[in-house]
Design a binder for this molecule. Structure first.
Ligand SMILES: [Zn+2]
Length: 461
């Protein structure tokens, strides 16, 4: 029997992977089996379907957010995680009541608008003023003092589409600080083209900020189609007057919870792989792509990575709170776990939708590169390339971890279409392709299993 099973596992292995100094033959066989299991598993789909249907939107501080926390605790327990716990995180709470906008003259028509997070309300009847258009935040910043006096500033910057989402960073500047700069130029309101690559008529929300000492003005975004229309109207050369009506409220400090589930390791239980996503979402859609998918992918991957019995090191799934309001859960996690961050052997966050993973990139000590190459090799059959630069930054919730030089990884999803739906009412379950979701789970499961079982632990730079 022993001979037969050895023969069988060698047979399985030969078709898949050569020998390694970092993993036993049995472990490499396990990896192949976990991968195949993940590619036929509906676990992640069932999770994201349950989260987006039974809980729905999960904006920090809302009843939906609270329900999301309870959902995650219950699911971790039901899935058999060894340890399940929550850790509090506070954040500035904000809620949206209503929003609308219209062109008043020269040709009356509705505009599809959304308030940006943290925006103040307008008076009940809205604000009405002439539009002054700028193409970029830079252009607004270099405009003369009082250039926008009494007007509504409109920034018409179009983000570019790319697989790696590189258009997002530059576009987000106008979302984050646009209302501040507009107010400094004398504006009474601020509206921007959505941070979006879409052709539909949904407006994209997202975080925005005010600055102490600068008058707060309403901060909002219109859909791409409406931005095109407003641009054409302004280009006619006659004054264009619009009305913006936003009712929203800042509510002081809110509290939510990071939800953490762990499969305890058999040999080095303190050392752990950290994977996860963020549990909160914006309120407009059901947070399927952002970030129900990341939650489901990493929960399912941990379960599958654990399906061959205990891994040497622990596998920890962290579902971060209040990411959308400014990484509040991640900041709280780092603060509460500062002494234990040195025990992280590999970290990756899934927060870029649900399209296929096309590459893995590390950011680790040179001593760990052979292990990384083995992990990448095991992912090759999933059409995952190895980016060898070793400069990965990890997902947004890993930003507060950076000063601690943890071994960070990017499992890069194809983000070509992500910004069509991101932060809109259209971020719903039907945008997730079950087959692509399974490829994500397989990739994360390979990652978690191998990082948890490598002969020598992966160290950060
Ligand atoms: Zn996200």
């Amino acid at each position: 029997m022993v001979l037969l099973s050895t023969f069988l596992s060698v047979l399985t292995l030969n078709s898949a992977q050569a020998k390694s100094d970092n993993f036993s033959t049995q472990q490499l066989t396990d990896v192949e089996q976990i991968k195949q299991q993940a590619l036929t598993s509906d676990l992640a789909w069932d999770l994201v379907e349950s989260l987006t249907t039974e809980v729905g939107p999960r904006m920090p501080g809302t009843p939906g957010d609270k329900a999301g926390v309870a959902w995650a605790v219950a699911k971790f327990n039901a899935m058999g995680f060894d340890k399940v716990w929550t850790e509090p995180a506070t954040f500035p709470k904000w809620i949206r009541y209503s929003e609308s906008a219209a062109v008043i003259s020269p040709s009356p028509q509705k505009l599809h608008i959304t308030a940006l997070g943290n925006s103040i309300s307008t008076p009940k009847e809205g604000i009405q003023a002439e539009v002054i258009e700028f193409q970029t935040l830079d252009e607004l910043e270099s405009a003369p003092e009082n250039a926008a006096k009494g007007k509504i500033v409109f920034i018409n910057y179009q983000m570019n589409r790319d697989r790696d989402g590189n258009g997002y960073g530059p576009a987000v500047q106008a979302r984050s600080r646009g209302a501040v700069v507009a107010a400094q130029k004398g504006a009474v309101g601020y509206v921007m083209r959505s941070v979006s690559t879409a052709h539909h008529r949904f407006a994209h929300t997202g975080g925005s900020h005010y600055k102490e000492g600068v008058t707060k003005i309403v901060s909002s975004a219109i859909s791409n189609a409406d931005a095109d229309q407003l641009h054409r109207l302004v280009a006619l050369g006659e004054p264009v007057t619009i009305n913006i009506n936003v009712q929203a409220q800042s509510m002081g400090e809110g509290t939510s919870y990071n939800v953490i589930g762990e499969f305890t390791g058999s040999e080095f239980s303190q050392e752990h792989v950290l994977i996860g996503g963020h549990l909160d979402s914006w309120d407009l859609g059901t947070g399927a792509l952002d970030d129900g998918a990341g939650v489901a992918i990493t929960m399912a991957a941990a379960k599958l990575a654990h399906s061959k019995g205990k891994t040497k090191r622990s596998i920890r799934v962290v579902l971060f709170a209040a990411e959308e309001f400014g990484l509040w859960g991640a900041k709280a996690y780092v603060k509460a776990n500062e002494k234990n961050l040195k025990h992280i052997v590999a970290a990756a966050e899934s927060d870029f939708g649900a399209d296929k993973i096309w590459a893995i990139e590390s950011n680790v000590d040179a001593s760990a590169l052979p292990v990384v190459r083995d992990i990448a090799k095991a992912m090759a059959s999933l059409n995952v390339e190895h980016i060898g630069k070793n400069t990965a930054r990890g997902g947004p919730d890993l930003i507060p971890f950076r000063p601690f030089n943890i071994p960070a990884f990017r499992l890069a999803q194809d983000g070509t279409d992500y910004f069509n739906y991101h932060h809109t009412a259209d971020d719903t379950l039907d945008k997730i392709d079950p087959e692509k979701l399974r490829q994500n789970v397989a990739t994360y499961a390979v990652f978690a299993y191998m990082a948890a079982n490598a002969k020598t632990r992966i160290l950060g730079k």
